[in-house]
Write a protein that binds this ligand. Structure first.
Ligand SMILES: [Zn+2]
Length: 142
Protein backbone atom coordinates (compact mmCIF):
# COMPACT_ATOMS: atom_id res chain seq x y z
CA UNK A 1 0.00 0.00 0.00
CA UNK A 2 1.69 3.29 -1.05
CA UNK A 3 2.15 5.88 1.66
CA UNK A 4 1.20 9.47 0.84
CA UNK A 5 3.42 11.48 3.18
CA UNK A 6 1.51 14.69 2.44
CA UNK A 7 -1.40 13.30 4.51
CA UNK A 8 0.78 13.07 7.63
CA UNK A 9 1.45 16.01 9.97
CA UNK A 10 4.88 17.62 9.67
CA UNK A 11 5.90 16.35 13.12
CA UNK A 12 4.81 12.78 12.38
CA UNK A 13 8.22 11.26 13.23
CA UNK A 14 8.14 12.95 16.61
CA UNK A 15 4.55 11.77 17.27
CA UNK A 16 5.37 8.22 16.13
CA UNK A 17 8.48 8.05 18.31
CA UNK A 18 6.60 9.24 21.37
CA UNK A 19 3.97 6.50 20.82
CA UNK A 20 6.74 3.89 20.47
CA UNK A 21 8.54 5.17 23.56
CA UNK A 22 5.29 5.12 25.56
CA UNK A 23 4.82 1.49 24.54
CA UNK A 24 8.40 0.78 25.64
CA UNK A 25 9.19 -0.44 22.10
CA UNK A 26 6.76 -3.33 22.53
CA UNK A 27 3.90 -4.19 20.16
CA UNK A 28 0.62 -3.27 21.86
CA UNK A 29 -1.22 -6.18 20.24
CA UNK A 30 1.10 -9.18 20.50
CA UNK A 31 3.58 -7.89 23.13
CA UNK A 32 6.55 -8.58 20.89
CA UNK A 33 9.61 -6.60 22.00
CA UNK A 34 10.80 -4.55 19.01
CA UNK A 35 14.17 -3.05 18.21
CA UNK A 36 14.77 0.65 18.19
CA UNK A 37 16.19 2.06 14.92
CA UNK A 38 19.86 1.47 14.16
CA UNK A 39 20.11 -1.89 15.93
CA UNK A 40 21.82 -4.42 13.65
CA UNK A 41 20.51 -7.91 12.93
CA UNK A 42 23.36 -9.46 14.93
CA UNK A 43 22.68 -7.19 17.91
CA UNK A 44 18.95 -7.93 17.65
CA UNK A 45 19.66 -11.66 17.89
CA UNK A 46 21.91 -11.22 20.91
CA UNK A 47 19.46 -8.84 22.57
CA UNK A 48 16.63 -11.35 22.13
CA UNK A 49 18.79 -14.18 23.50
CA UNK A 50 19.64 -12.11 26.56
CA UNK A 51 16.28 -10.49 27.25
CA UNK A 52 13.40 -12.14 25.37
CA UNK A 53 14.43 -15.72 24.42
CA UNK A 54 10.78 -16.70 23.94
CA UNK A 55 10.65 -14.44 20.87
CA UNK A 56 13.88 -15.73 19.29
CA UNK A 57 12.14 -18.37 17.09
CA UNK A 58 10.17 -15.52 15.45
CA UNK A 59 13.41 -14.01 14.18
CA UNK A 60 13.81 -16.85 11.69
CA UNK A 61 12.01 -18.48 8.85
CA UNK A 62 12.98 -22.13 8.52
CA UNK A 63 13.35 -23.25 4.91
CA UNK A 64 14.77 -26.27 3.15
CA UNK A 65 17.64 -25.55 0.78
CA UNK A 66 18.58 -28.09 -1.93
CA UNK A 67 22.30 -27.79 -1.19
CA UNK A 68 22.43 -26.93 2.49
CA UNK A 69 19.38 -28.72 3.87
CA UNK A 70 17.36 -27.00 6.58
CA UNK A 71 18.48 -23.39 7.00
CA UNK A 72 17.29 -20.45 9.09
CA UNK A 73 16.70 -17.12 7.38
CA UNK A 74 16.67 -14.16 9.76
CA UNK A 75 13.58 -11.92 9.54
CA UNK A 76 14.62 -8.85 11.56
CA UNK A 77 11.87 -6.74 9.96
CA UNK A 78 9.36 -8.68 12.04
CA UNK A 79 10.83 -6.83 15.01
CA UNK A 80 10.33 -3.37 13.53
CA UNK A 81 7.90 -1.27 15.55
CA UNK A 82 5.54 0.97 13.58
CA UNK A 83 2.88 3.47 14.59
CA UNK A 84 -0.54 2.57 13.20
CA UNK A 85 -3.69 4.67 12.73
CA UNK A 86 -6.60 2.49 13.83
CA UNK A 87 -8.99 4.42 11.55
CA UNK A 88 -6.45 4.40 8.67
CA UNK A 89 -6.57 8.19 8.51
CA UNK A 90 -2.99 9.53 8.66
CA UNK A 91 -4.26 12.99 9.59
CA UNK A 92 -5.95 11.70 12.76
CA UNK A 93 -3.10 11.67 15.25
CA UNK A 94 -5.15 11.65 18.43
CA UNK A 95 -3.51 9.33 20.98
CA UNK A 96 -6.53 6.98 21.09
CA UNK A 97 -6.25 6.46 17.32
CA UNK A 98 -2.56 5.52 17.41
CA UNK A 99 -1.02 2.20 18.42
CA UNK A 100 2.56 0.98 18.48
CA UNK A 101 2.35 -2.22 16.41
CA UNK A 102 5.02 -4.57 15.12
CA UNK A 103 5.19 -4.85 11.33
CA UNK A 104 3.28 -8.17 11.40
CA UNK A 105 0.35 -6.73 13.40
CA UNK A 106 0.33 -3.52 11.34
CA UNK A 107 0.01 -5.57 8.15
CA UNK A 108 -2.85 -7.52 9.71
CA UNK A 109 -4.63 -4.25 10.59
CA UNK A 110 -4.20 -2.95 7.03
CA UNK A 111 -5.18 -6.27 5.48
CA UNK A 112 -8.41 -6.46 7.50
CA UNK A 113 -9.27 -2.90 6.45
CA UNK A 114 -8.45 -3.67 2.81
CA UNK A 115 -10.67 -6.77 2.91
CA UNK A 116 -13.53 -4.73 4.41
CA UNK A 117 -13.09 -2.00 1.79
CA UNK A 118 -13.12 -4.56 -1.01
CA UNK A 119 -16.29 -6.18 0.36
CA UNK A 120 -18.11 -2.83 0.50
CA UNK A 121 -16.89 -1.93 -2.99
CA UNK A 122 -18.06 -5.28 -4.37
CA UNK A 123 -21.42 -5.09 -2.64
CA UNK A 124 -22.03 -1.55 -3.92
CA UNK A 125 -21.29 -2.78 -7.41
CA UNK A 126 -23.68 -5.69 -7.03
CA UNK A 127 -26.35 -3.40 -5.62
CA UNK A 128 -25.89 -1.03 -8.56
CA UNK A 129 -26.68 -3.92 -10.86
CA UNK A 130 -29.72 -4.92 -8.82
CA UNK A 131 -28.24 -8.13 -7.53
CA UNK A 132 -28.14 -7.44 -3.84
CA UNK A 133 -29.57 -5.36 -1.06
CA UNK A 134 -26.88 -3.97 1.19
CA UNK A 135 -26.72 -5.47 4.66
CA UNK A 136 -23.95 -3.69 6.50
CA UNK A 137 -24.53 -5.90 9.54
CA UNK A 138 -22.87 -8.73 7.67
CA UNK A 139 -19.73 -6.79 6.86
CA UNK A 140 -17.07 -7.53 9.38
CA UNK A 141 -13.43 -8.41 9.61
CA UNK A 142 -12.08 -11.73 8.52
ZN1 LIG B 1 2.57 -7.39 17.06
Amino acid sequence: MPIDLSLYPKNWNQIANSIKNSANWTCEWCNKPCRPPGVSQKDTEQWLKDNHPEWLPHLYKIVEDYEQGIIKIAKPQRFTLTTAHLDHNPANCEADNLRALCSVCHLKLDRDDWNRTQKVRRMKLWEKHGQLTLDFGSIGGT
